[in-house]
Design a protein around this ligand. Structure first.
Ligand code: TEU
Ligand code: CA
Length: 544
């Protein structure tokens, strides 16, 4: 069936290299470290690694500010190390997808260094420059990291656009030669044998700053089709776009195979349910399970036929899910498994972010200096100036700061969690003595083995991959239950999101025989018409 793609069956593991594993004691994770731990990822059952940026970079935004797309940051290793990583993954029938950061470059990229020299430099138009208006910024566009999106360049008396830090100038996608430079670079990596691309903030490339358009600009899909045609189109690679501004309507545009754009996107609606409407994500509101059901189900229904979903709870920008929708205190293990069940039971390609598979939790640092992320530092300054109390700001960081996910991977209970023999670039989460890979591997009841089992079941169950999703009981405030249906087979998935007992009744006939595929309690009931679920209990049933 040519509708079927290898990545429908894949499970992707995201590696944030700086915090994964350090092999030379400089306190920074490196490519050799990924090679050393690749069998760990393979054992988990993931067959694709999404590698966050390892390119040359001044590291203002941890590598998302690239100064040379064709070389590797020495802290991470060499191009030989990268080639070796590709080879080692191919040996294991695994693939590496790399981060494509092309909405902006670093201000140290040679294109920008050239562009800054003069208004008629050949690279000037690779970026977006505007004259001052009444001696000020051209308009009120804001940077996602706080402050104006415009930075004044004294040498040429113009402002340049940056949607992230001022060290990350935005590329001008209206420039055809610029686009050609990007296609060349992508083809360089494709020829090296990568498995695909994760495309950073790709929904911004159609920006029209004079009309105040950031996301979803009029030419966005045209550029993606052009990219597809000149690079990965016809090559059977996996492409996933990071699109904070995606709606189900444009979600179809990206991932409908007939349109030749991307394999799938990351939509973020389900990640913004704890944010007050119209406010910043630091302005928190209480979570409501009914909203989560509504959002995830909407995406499941919308892309059932004409597209494909990605499924994720975590990445390097998001707080840890077990500290968010789960319970990282009394029920850490049960709730981590429950959240995994919910996600891997759905239709789409699941992503796992390093540490999720052992139930790593948010970090809670006392001092704001321990938060190294440029976004957190900028927001702190901005909010202090705006009159917020320090405690309030810190509380929001405990819940939402990106550094929650960026603390070093917890490999063992040894010093620095076995991540490095030197001094780590970032503070560790102090709970590594309890939560670490070594103890998870020793404990047959660990979150790790649960993920491994889930992945294995999914790979061998067509219904889990292709079955149609159907939400049950949208108004239930504590249970998330749904069905998957494929040919004449039915799966029932039920998840209790709270630390209380709850009852639930599946609408099945009394003639149906059921079996349990997986559960996070070892004695879950088969009486699906009348279930008493324990705290965070989660079960996948198959009707036989
Ligand atoms: O993230 C895009 C992005 O908009 C987030 O950083 C967002 O601002 C924040 O997580 C929540 O509002 C991508 C990368 O994943 C991120 O690490 C980079 O900092 C950013 O792009 C710029 O390249
Ligand atoms: Ca290192």
């Amino acid at each position: 069936d040519k509708q079927r793609k290898w990545w429908h069956k894949s499970v992707i593991y995201q590696v944030y290299p700086r915090s994964f594993y350090d092999t030379n004691g400089d306190g920074i994770g490196d490519i050799k470290g990924i090679i050393q731990k690749i069998d760990y990822i393979k054992d988990l059952g993931a067959d694709v690694i999404w590698l966050s940026p390892v390119y040359q970079s001044p590291n203002v935004d941890n590598g998302y500010d690239i100064s040379d797309y064709y070389s590797i940051l020495p802290e991470f290793g060499t191009m030989e190390d990268m080639d070796k990583l590709l080879l080692e993954s191919q040996k294991r029938e695994m693939r590496i997808i790399i981060d494509l950061v092309v909405n902006h470059t670093s201000d140290q990229h040679k294109w920008f260094l050239e562009a800054k020299k003069s208004k008629n430099n050949p690279y000037r138009d690779y970026y977006i420059w505007r004259d001052p208006v009444d001696g000020r910024e051209p308009n009120e566009l804001k940077s996602n990291f706080g402050g104006s999106a415009w930075e004044f360049d004294e040498h040429t008396n113009q402002y340049y656009l940056h949607f992230y830090s001022k060290e990350q100038p935005d590329l001008n996608w209206g420039n055809k030669q610029m686009r050609q430079s990007i296609w060349n670079m992508m083809n360089f990596w494709i020829n090296k044998g990568i498995g695909g691309f994760r495309m950073d903030v790709i929904d911004l490339i159609g920006k029209e700053p004079d009309k105040l358009i950031k996301e979803n600009g009029p030419k966005l899909h045209e550029y993606l089709q052009e990219m597809n045609k000149h690079t990965f189109g016809g090559k059977d690679l996996l492409t996933v776009g990071e699109t904070w501004g995606a709606t189900t309507a444009n979600g179809k545009l990206y991932s409908d195979p007939k349109r030749n754009e991307l394999s799938m996107i990351f939509q973020f609606e389900h990640m913004q349910l704890d944010k007050m409407k119209g406010k910043q994500r630091w302005d928190l509101k209480k979570l409501d399970l009914r909203e989560l059901k509504q959002v995830l189900s909407k995406w499941q229904y919308a892309l059932d036929k004409e597209g494909w979903n990605s499924l994720f709870w975590n990445n390097h920008d998001l707080p840890r899910i077990v500290s968010r929708w789960g319970n990282d205190r009394e029920y850490r293990v049960q709730s981590a498994k429950m959240l995994a069940t919910l996600l891997h039971g759905m239709k789409g390609t699941p992503y796992i972010y390093q540490g999720e598979e052992i139930g790593m939790t948010n970090a809670t640092f006392d001092s704001v200096e321990d938060y190294l992320d440029i976004e957190t530092q900028n927001i702190y300054r901005e909010r202090i100036e705006a009159g917020f109390k320090k405690e309030e700001i810190m509380k929001a960081f405990y819940m939402k700061a990106r550094d929650n996910a960026r603390t070093p991977m917890q490999w063992s209970a040894d010093k620095n969690a076995g991540f490095t023999t030197g001094s780590p670039w970032m503070k560790l989460n102090s709970n590594y003595t309890q939560i670490n890979v070594e103890s998870a591997i020793k404990d047959s009841d660990s979150v790790f083995y649960y993920y491994q089992k889930l992945i294995h079941i999914r790979k061998n169950n067509e219904n889990l991959i292709y079955g149609t999703y159907c939400l049950l009981d949208p108004e239930d405030e504590s249970i998330y239950a749904y069905e998957r249906n494929f040919e004449n087979k039915k799966l029932l998935i039920v998840c209790n999101f709270y630390d209380q007992e709850r009852s639930f009744k599946f609408p099945v006939s009394s003639k149906d025989k059921v079996q349990i595929l997986i559960s996070n309690y070892d004695d879950s009931s088969l009486n699906v018409q009348n279930l008493q679920l324990r705290p965070y209990e989660a079960i996948i049933y198959e009707i036989i």
